[in-house]
Design a protein around this ligand. Sequence first.
Ligand SMILES: [Zn+2]
Length: 52
Amino acid sequence: MEFRPDHCPCEEPKCAGSAGFQYQRRGHYTRACDGRRVQRFQCKACKRTFST
Ligand SMILES: [Zn+2]
């Protein structure tokens, strides 16, 4: 299953790029709470990172 967000998860403040949302992959990281490898993404508009 592929993770494909259709909008930026950034809400506060509202992301300027939310209309034409674009993001890029930023590698993986291992989540501390359960040790699972998850994909990390970065919003091209606000540069904030998020994950699955
Ligand atoms: Zn954003």
